[in-house]
Design a protein around this ligand. Sequence first.
Ligand SMILES: Cc1ncc(COP(=O)(O)O)c(C=O)c1O
Length: 373
Amino acid sequence: MNIPLSGPDITSKEIEAVVSVLKTKYLSLGPKLTLFEEKFAQYIGVKYAVALNSGTSALHLCVRALGIHDGDEVITTPFSFVASTNCFLFERAKPVFVDIDPDTLNIDEDEIEAKITKKTKAILPVHVFGYPANMKKIRQIAKKHNLYIIEDACEAIGAEIGGRKAGTFSDCAVFAFYPNKQMTTGEGGMLVTNNRKIAETARSLRNQGRDSMAWLTHNRLGYNYRLSDINCALGLAQLDRISQLLSKREKIALKYKNALADIDEIILPPLTSKSVKRSWFVFVIRLKDDFSSKQRDELIELLKANGIGCNVYFPTIHLQPYLKEYGFKKGDFPITEAVSERTIALPFFNNLADNEINYVVKQLKVNILKVKK
Ligand SMILES: Cc1ncc(COP(=O)(O)O)c(C=O)c1O
């Protein structure tokens, strides 16, 4: 067998939607862009959505629109994809990491207040692997200390807290649409907000700092972060069947969960609870603490050798080589490090077949025993 780690769910509807744009004059800044933004805002339950060419650019524009810059501090998690930290490093703000909750793998909200200083400008929680962070507590802290919240919901489209969607708990939030995500535009991202000024600033910044129809007047230093109408048409077709996309993923997660339940050596990801609905981005298992990172790496190699796409997910951000100048070291965030050394992302995509799941589980059982001894 040869089972990839991830893959998009594309039907003839998506293909027709993309081709139909190619038959028009509007390949960029056209009607599909406006419609995608409107429908996305409606789906999330916010006033404004601004489509961008990646989740990273959407995060960057949150930082720019909020005026976070040189020397400001942003409190965030070291257990994430690097973009959630890079977005404010671009503006020379300083990362202040907080360790994670070992159950949800999200920022430990009880550790945030101790890290607030006079320079703190924002908290940037990430809904890791689609499991929502504790936004109630984070909002209380932000309100008390007058801080912005940027919500990284790149992995959490459709996740909910108390019936309210991820992406609605902050000054601005971000979604991402790379092909491994729950829905895709090929490449793409979305900034959502209820603040008109943030939306207007982000629209200007994505289009070279232009404010209005005056094409050659640039009111601020901007970027080309535009998302083409071709991508937006794909996004619209995916958004049209988002509930189907999410429920297919949930079904696969439940099948994995049942099939893996009797493996004592692993910890399974948390499921939806009464107050929290997770959106399934990836299926990440963890080896228990008596396994070393070397054993985890050996297991990944054995699975790969048997045709199973899998990977470490995530390596910790604070130990990335390019962050050396900040002086972070091993041991700074022990829970993040312990988790990161033992996680394995298994193949996870909508059309993963039952026999493929069974094969992954069988190989996992056999090879865990091999690395254990
Ligand atoms: C948590 C998180 N933040 C940000 C991003 C960045 O999104 P993109 O790859 O579209 O720039 C990703 C994408 O993988 C992500 O998982």
